[in-house]
Design a protein around this ligand. Structure first.
Ligand code: 13P
Length: 346
């Protein structure tokens, strides 16, 4: 058992406290730059810093956001006033999280499939991040659906890496967010997504047990069960909620404190509606908290509004707060579509 077990348990519960979710803002420089380029924002370290400061200094964000996942560059940066972002977060009552994988790379012998890397030197990096104030971590595995994929090879390789990562995190005092993302890309029907998600989660929990990961000291970050973006028959909100909860209840042990979904390319409103309906209809059947760990579905309106112009920061922060609030309410099953129309820009 980790010498940090009590702290890890407490942190994991705080990450999924009622009415709160986790904000993902751990885009790599490459991904962040891609989003900036589309809006004509200079792809400099200073603009990335300014954008992250906008997010982290949003007034009252911690009402709905328990913690935020940072990227290596961000965890080392300071606010304009010279305060380390880790301190800004702690002062605002948000737990510091850090992405520790080094990205999904082509998996040898498996065309079209990826395996996530980053285990080499991970123990030392975890120790450094803990020293800097981080208390949880994230590792994202990607599973692609295609004609003859995912292969067993891909699912097992990724599940193994996730479990090795999670064990190292717990040893070093960080709560692992275990993120096996089944991608939404493709023309597959929802039933195929269900089957692949089922296989993936079964493999992930088998590996977590094999590596002696304490299931009450981690958070699962899954994708929702949903038809591929190019499938002619798109899923209804009811189908997504029902099939997602079904597969989770079949595979996720009751001691896991929380399930915090990624948005994975769903629209902002759909991401919120799916989360809300799962809580309304099935919350009472589930032993773990059901909440969010969205990146795009929370950040998008704020990023678009800011667009690199610092005069837009206060309004962009209001947009960010609003999406965080709607998702916080959805995690309690208290969201209403009419809330989308609430005027936030004053
Ligand atoms: P999205 O919500 O944009 O899918 O991002 C969540 C995340 O952290 C992906 O790793």
């Amino acid at each position: 058992m980790s010498r940090y077990a009590a702290e890890l348990r407490q942190t994991a519960r705080a990450m999924v406290a009622p009415g709160k979710g986790i904000l993902a803002m751990d885009e790599s420089n490459a991904t962040c730059n891609k989003r900036f380029e589309m809006l004509g924002i200079p792809t400099t370290e200073e603009r990335r810093r300014a954008y992250r400061e906008l997010i982290l200094t949003t007034p009252n964000l911690s009402e709905f956001i328990s913690g935020a996942i940072l990227y290596d560059e961000t965890i080392r940066q300071l606010s304009q006033a010279g305060v380390p972002f880790t301190q800004v977060m702690q002062d605002a009552g948000m737990i510091v999280g850090i992405k520790v994988d080094t990205g999904a790379k082509d998996l040898a012998t498996c065309p079209g499939e990826k395996v996530t890397e980053g285990l080499d030197g991970l123990r030392e990096r975890i120790a450094e991040y803990y020293q800097m104030g981080a208390r949880f971590a994230k590792w994202r595995a990607v599973i692609t659906i295609g004609d003859a994929i995912p292969s067993r090879t891909c699912i097992e390789a990724n599940a193994h890496a996730l479990a090795r990562y999670a064990a190292l995190c717990q040893e070093g005092g960080l709560v692992p967010i275990v993120e096996p993302e089944v991608l939404i890309d493709g023309n597959h029907p929802i039933e195929r997504c269900y089957q692949v998600t089922d296989q993936t989660l079964q493999a992930v929990f088998a590996q977590l047990r094999l590596q002696n990961v304490a299931l009450d000291q981690m958070i699962l970050k899954p994708s929702m069960v949903i038809a591929g973006l190019d499938c002619p028959t798109q899923s209804t909100v009811e189908q997504v909620a029902e099939m997602t909860i079904q597969v989770l209840r079949d595979t996720v042990p009751a001691t896991v404190p929380g399930v915090a979904f990624l948005s994975g390319g769903q629209s902002n409103q759909r991401s919120t509606e799916h989360l809300n309906l799962m809580n309304v209809k099935y919350g009472a059947l589930c032993p773990w908290r059901i909440t969010f760990s969205y990146a795009r579905a929370i950040q998008q309106p704020a990023l678009l509004h800011w667009a690199g112009n610092d005069a837009n920061i206060p309004a962009a922060q209001q947009l960010l707060y609003h999406r965080a609030k709607l998702n916080g309410l959805a995690s309690l099953g208290q969201y209403e579509p009419a809330m989308e129309k609430q005027t936030v820009l004053v």
